[in-house]
Ligand binder design. Structure first.
Ligand code: ADP
Length: 252
């Protein structure tokens, strides 16, 4: 019996004629931090979106947080909706563009999921929300609307919101790419702390220094397949593939 929190087998996904994922196998152990790197267009975002079924793969098998999903087979709508809901409840996702609700304060954004999905009573949800805002260093912004927050603060609220569902795994899709460079550090620090707490995470990022610090394993994708995976030290110093070496020369 595997201890993996995420296990992807033979994942394929096309958008029209464009084959974006061409048979990806990947597993992530409980407590592991996996960083996905690779050139733009190599399929990294699509792969993380397939993990929590925001995109449904055309073929392959997804197992995540105890939910198993055979892709490319017909299934009844109700069973599918139930499975999607289970997967989304057990996984948190942090997007490039934050995706906060503009008409809700920081606190309201964080507690929306627990209130609506987990049906947490008001006072409990508020106390959870306050705890999480404190954890991301934003206790004093609880009543502030997103339009009054910096990009880094918005992203930290988005991380608190993802944590509010008490997920077993958090998926990050280029969490700093929409931010000015001087705001990267505050977001990366929050993610570092989550890693230190043992959170299972998959992170798409181009931040090589951060990846080197935080990752247990780097997975490099190109052309919709995994080209190389290695511990960070090996990946950055002695990668096996020329494709990785040329990529690292460009990003470093
Ligand atoms: P990466 O994250 O590595 O940059 P993506 O997974 O975002 O790669 O995209 C891989 C390819 O799939 C790109 O060519 C992109 O334009 C295409 N793509 C991604 N999502 C869609 C979509 N919803 N519809 C059509 N094409 C898409």
């Amino acid at each position: 019996m595997t201890t993996a929190t995420i296990e992807l087998t033979g994942i394929r996904k096309a958008f029209g004629d464009l084959e974006v994922l061409r048979g990806v196998d990947l597993s992530v152990e409980r407590g592991e931090v996996v960083v996905l790197m690779g050139p733009s267009g190599s399929g990294k975002t699509t792969l993380v979106r397939c993990m929590n079924l925001l995109e449904e793969p055309d073929a392959g098998h997804v197992r995540i947080c105890g939910c198993a999903f055979q892709c490319g087979v017909r299934r009844d709508r109700r069973g599918r909706a139930r499975l999607m809901q289970q997967v989304r409840q057990r996984t948190g996702m942090v997007f490039q563009q934050f995706n906060l609700f503009p008409h809700m304060t920081a606190l309201e954004n964080v507690i929306e999921g627990p209130r609506q999905v987990r049906r947490l009573p008001g006072a409990e949800a508020v106390s959870l929300g306050e705890r999480l805002l404190d954890r991301v260093g934003l206790a004093d912004k609880r009543d502030v609307y997103p339009s009054r927050l910096s990009g880094g603060q918005k992203q930290r609220v988005a991380i608190a919101r993802a944590l509010a569902m008490e997920p077993q795994v958090v998926l990050f899709d280029e969490p700093t790419s929409a931010l000015d460079p001087e705001l990267h550090a505050e977001v990366l620090q929050v993610i570092r702390e989550l890693a230190a707490d043992g959170m299972t995470m998959v992170i798409v990022t181009h931040e090589t220094h951060f990846a080197r610090d935080v990752a247990d394993r780097i997975v490099f994708m190109d052309g919709g397949v995994v080209v190389e995976e290695a511990a960070p030290e090996t990946f950055f110093t002695t990668p096996a593939k020329e494709r990785v070496r040329s990529f690292l020369r460009l990003v470093d």
